[in-house]
Design a protein around this ligand. Structure first.
Ligand SMILES: [Zn+2]
Length: 310
């Protein structure tokens, strides 16, 4: 190795993709339906217009998305809040029966920041598991925090309950092994990183008074942006983790754009298109040193200081 090579972008020590693979792509769908809106805005339960907007996901978009995934011959991962599973069990079963992965996405789409303590977080996790079991007899191995709000304590709770992976931290381009605490010998799980730029909510979603600016992006622009990221991550040997929501991306032209992106991904030689669980299982078999996230400590004096006028 020349002395130039140490700074070159490279995969972490011990990391490799399966033989013949140079990068991976994972297409995921968070079946939030009404859950998240009701967690943030309980009053919306009485608003038919808003509830119908959310029902579009399981009612109209899931069948469309299942058709397009079938046409493309790929399997995807669906992260489903327990509340959605209770309200739309037929949609959950149709996803299961089409051969896709079903993973955990909270109960009422509650973020970790809303949990008073670890016991509350664990109770939500268990309630979500129970709902997926009741609706479809599924025991997920993966978890995605609603809003990607993950507390420092939640990875240990996931490990305790046998979860293989989490998806939603944002400090890497590739999967890694995540230590559940800074303590030596702590348990670890697999982390499949994601990012807001590969999420359909920000460019597309608009509900007056609830979310979005009202400026709705064109699928042509969004798909172009995602394609650039896909191609760049392939060159970096990373993981393209795309997060869509059926009620958002399941609209006709957005779904058509997504299908074009999947078709583009399928043309890339050496790109592994797989479910999150399949990718996590591969990573779990590697000999990786767990990444420790030490809690960030700020100097309280700095926090209390008034801002310096410019
Ligand atoms: Zn969600």
């Amino acid at each position: 190795m020349s002395h130039h090579e140490a700074w070159r972008p490279t995969l972490p020590p011990g990391f490799r993709w399966p033989d013949g693979i140079r990068a991976a792509a994972c297409f995921t769908f968070d079946l939030d339906a009404e859950s998240g809106i009701l967690f943030e805005h309980p009053e919306a339960a009485a608003w038919l217009d808003v509830m119908s907007h959310q029902a579009y996901g399981p009612r109209t978009a899931v069948p469309r998305i299942l058709r397009l995934l079938d046409r493309q011959g790929i399997r995807a991962s669906f992260f489903i809040p327990g509340f959605s599973a209770e309200r739309w069990p037929d949609a959950v079963r149709s996803i299961r029966d089409a051969g896709h992965e079903i993973a955990h996405h909270g109960y009422q789409h509650e973020g970790s920041r809303s949990a008073a303590d670890a016991a509350t977080e664990e109770a939500w996790l268990l309630r979500g598991l129970e709902a997926l079991d009741t609706a479809a007899g599924v025991r997920p191995v993966g978890y995605r925090a609603p809003n990607w709000e993950l507390s420092y304590r939640l990875p240990a709770i996931l490990a305790k309950h046998g979860f293989l992976y989490d998806s939603g931290l944002m400090d890497a381009d590739h999967p890694y092994r995540l230590a559940t605490s800074p303590e030596p010998g702590a348990t670890s799980i697999v982390e499949l990183p994601a990012h807001w730029s590969l999420d359909d909510w920000e460019p597309y979603n608009y509900l007056p008074g609830i979310t979005g600016s009202g400026v709705i992006a064109s699928p042509a622009d969004v798909i172009a942006r995602w394609t650039l990221e896909l191609e760049a991550l392939v060159e970096e040997g990373g993981l393209f983790m795309l997060t869509n929501h059926p009620f958002v991306t399941g609209r006709a032209s957005r779904a058509a754009g997504l299908e074009r992106l999947i078709a583009r991904a399928r043309e890339i030689e050496g790109l592994w298109i797989a479910t999150a669980a399949e990718i996590a299982a591969h990573v779990a078999g590697l000999d990786l040193v767990p990444v420790v996230h030490d809690p960030v400590v700020r100097d309280p004096v700095v926090r209390e200081s008034p801002p310096v006028p410019r």
